[in-house]
Every structure is written in structure tokens, then in C-alpha cells.
Design a protein. Structure first.
Length: 155
């Protein structure tokens, strides 16, 4: 369960990394681990504490796909969009998944059951098209596997 945003707690996380060189990424990871995302309030606070601009912090947050600006659903499904998966019908499969769950990339289903995210190679190219459901690999996505995933996430 993610904690609700709390400025004092966030400040404590930032200060925990005071003695590090290049503290931004570890701070962002700890912020997301605590609050489930890196909200706009965190970007403002981190920028102030590290003497960076908000644009600089936002640039790092948006560069790494793992950071979210709002908490994920109860399950996270990461679909690979890199070359090997694309060459195995990955794009069509991905569209089927998005339609099945009624979401766009990076979005959470309205009932909060699942967030669907794009990733670029999961290292499962031989089993393309591949996905990861809550850190468990899913191979050779097709309509049957998609329905299995839907059952698992409760949709
Ligand atoms: S390209 Fe999809 S797992 Fe490598």
C-alpha cells in the first residue's frame, strides 16, 4: 500500500541521500517506492533541495519509463514494443491488449485493476511477443494468453 503524499516524509527521503554523489535517481526510486509515483509536489521539492530546476528533474523523470506521475493500478502489465516483439506481431497484440482493458499506454483501467505500460525489450526476445505481469514474464502473447492475463487481473 502506497503512502499518501507527505512533504515531511519526502524531505526525509531526500536528506537520506545527502552524502551521495548523483543522488537524483536513488531519491526518485525511493520517492516512488514510498508514494507509488513521483508526483508534481515531489519534483518541486527535489528541485529545491538539490538546487536543480524543475525542468531538469522532470526531464529525468520523463526519460525513465519506470517513473510514474500517479500511482499504478493493482497490477502492472508491461508490454514489450522493441524490435523482436514487433517482428512477431507485437504491435497488433499490443493494440488487442489496450482494447481489451480499455486503456491507452501508461493508463490505468477505470476500476484500478491494471496499468498497461510500454517497455523496450524485456530480454525475452526468443518468446516474442513478450510481456511482464507484476514482474512475472509472459511469453508468446496471443488472444488466449491475453484472456489468461485478463482473468488474473480480474477483468
Ligand atoms: S524485443 Fe521484446 S523482449 Fe526483446
Amino acid at each position: 500500500m502506497n503512502a499518501a503524499w507527505n512533504e515531511a516524509q519526502a524531505l526525509e527521503i531526500v536528506r537520506r541521500h545527502d552524502d551521495r554523489e548523483g543522488p537524483l535517481l536513488p531519491i526518485l526510486h525511493d520517492i516512488q517506492a514510498t508514494f507509488g509515483c513521483v508526483p508534481i509536489e515531489a519534483i518541486r521539492l527535489i528541485a529545491g533541495e538539490l538546487n536543480l530546476t524543475r525542468a531538469e528533474v522532470h526531464g529525468v523523470v520523463s526519460f525513465y519509463h519506470d517513473f510514474r506521475d500517479r500511482p499504478a493500478g493493482r497490477h502492472v502489465l508491461k508490454l514489450c514494443r522493441a524490435e523482436a516483439c514487433q517482428s512477431m506481431n507485437g504491435e497488433a497484440v499490443a493494440q488487442q491488449v489496450l482494447e481489451r482493458f480499455g486503456v491507452g499506454w501508461g493508463e490505468t483501467a477505470p476500476d484500478g485493476s491494471v496499468t498497461v505500460e510500454a517497455v523496450y525489450c524485456l530480454g525475452l526476445c526468443a518468446c516474442a511477443p513478450s510481456a511482464m505481469l507484476d514482474d512475472e514474464p509472459r511469453a508468446r502473447l496471443d488472444p488466449t494468453v491475453i484472456e489468461e492475463i485478463a482473468r488474473e487481473v480480474g477483468r
